[in-house]
Design a protein around this ligand. Structure first.
Ligand code: MG
Length: 355
């Protein structure tokens, strides 16, 4: 089988409401969807959803990068996934969302060629994956109300954004815990918004709120700050923006700066690299989470299949597709009830889009 064409298009996704985090305010989203065709009539679908302030990419740059890949990829065997990653890496450094778009489409079409769900192709066995749902920054009262609404929809896990105002963050966590009771799991994501001192103060003030983990308290470049926090921390520390590519995982494991990793297909370049990072983390007894950017159900499905295949992925934050008014013609075969995603048994990742 040989790759014959790569088609890519931008789609616009409208949010139900603006999403505020410590490093940005998102009011509209666009993402790039990709279809890779082969000479055997099998196509695979992928998505590249760059965020300028995380991956340094825009939809326009993802489209341009995908054009650069065409000459190397067309004519190649789509099963040669590691080799094709090396060709992309040789063409351009970083640009992980563009590489993820190709990677997801390749995995989709390989699984389809074998007639198996993507999780089977990746070595997994479970169809069900449970995700949390994220609460953006708002007034503490509004955040607590939103938490209650989410739990009433059947979710059992929350992720709470913090990192702009320490006093508000502490109040939000207290009100949310009070609103949802003891059984709900709560993660916190500061999105680089704290100093070391602020993070330690936060942990002290919310010590009785039963917080599962804190994501990325300090700026992405401040691995030393993460290490300082971890040495005194009462809550596990997870790297997100400090962990982009595979080499960052090596550095974080060597320095022992964090307890956990947040892997995102759009930061690391797709499933192949994501599984490499997860394997290294597993060998070092570092549990991982599969997280997401502002992605449509297409790459969310791919990420959920990876979760199914990797038991070391102990936390799941694959909720972005629930924040859109509609998903721009993306048709997915997985279903979600409460936070429980059923991947089904369709070949590939089970998502298609007209491009
Ligand atoms: Mg995060």
């Amino acid at each position: 089988m040989k790759i014959t064409a790569i088609h890519a298009a931008k789609i616009d996704l409208e949010l139900k409401k603006p999403f505020k985090v410590a490093i940005g305010y998102i009011t509209k989203v666009d993402t790039v969807v990709v279809r890779i065709d082969t000479d055997e009539g099998i196509s695979g679908f992928g998505e590249g959803s760059g965020i300028p302030f995380v991956t340094g990419e825009t939809s326009q740059s993802v489209l341009q990068t995908l054009k650069l890949f065409e000459k190397d990829l067309i004519g190649q065997n789509p099963f040669a996934i590691d080799h094709l990653h090396k060709l992309m890496d040789r063409t351009i450094v970083r640009n992980p969302a563009a590489k993820a778009a190709v990677d997801i489409a390749l995995h989709d079409l390989c699984a389809k060629a074998l007639g198996v769900p993507l999780y089977t192709f990746l070595g997994g066995v479970k169809r069900m994956v449970e995700t949390d749902l994220t609460i953006g920054i708002d007034t503490p009262e509004n955040m607590a109300q939103e938490a209650q609404e989410i739990i009433s929809r059947g979710f059992t896990q929350l992720k709470v954004k913090t990192g702009i105002d320490l006093a508000d963050d502490i109040r939000s966590l207290r009100l949310i815990r009070e609103a949802v009771g003891d059984q709900v799991k709560i993660k916190v994501d500061a999105n680089q918004g704290y100093t070391v001192t602020e993070c330690l103060e936060f942990m002290e003030q919310v010590h009785d709120c039963d917080i599962e983990l804190i994501e990325q308290p300090t700026p992405y470049w401040d691995v030393e700050g993460l290490l300082q926090i971890r040495k005194k921390a009462s809550i596990p520390i997870m790297a997100d923006e400090s962990l982009m590519q595979v080499e960052d995982a090596v550095h974080l494991l060597r320095t022992g700066a964090v307890d956990m990793f947040n892997i995102k297909l759009m930061k690391c370049g797709g499933l192949h690299r994501g599984m490499q990072i997860n394997a290294m983390a597993e060998a070092a007894n570092v549990p991982t989470m599969l997280g997401c950017m502002t992605e449509s159900p297409l790459s969310i499905a791919a990420a959920a299949h990876l979760v199914s295949a990797c038991p070391n992925v102990q936390f799941v934050d694959l909720d972005s597709f629930l924040s859109f008014k509609d998903v721009g013609g993306v048709r997915h075969s997985f279903t979600i009830k409460g936070g429980m995603i059923d991947l089904g048994d369709a070949p590939g990742h089970g998502v298609e889009v007209d491009i």
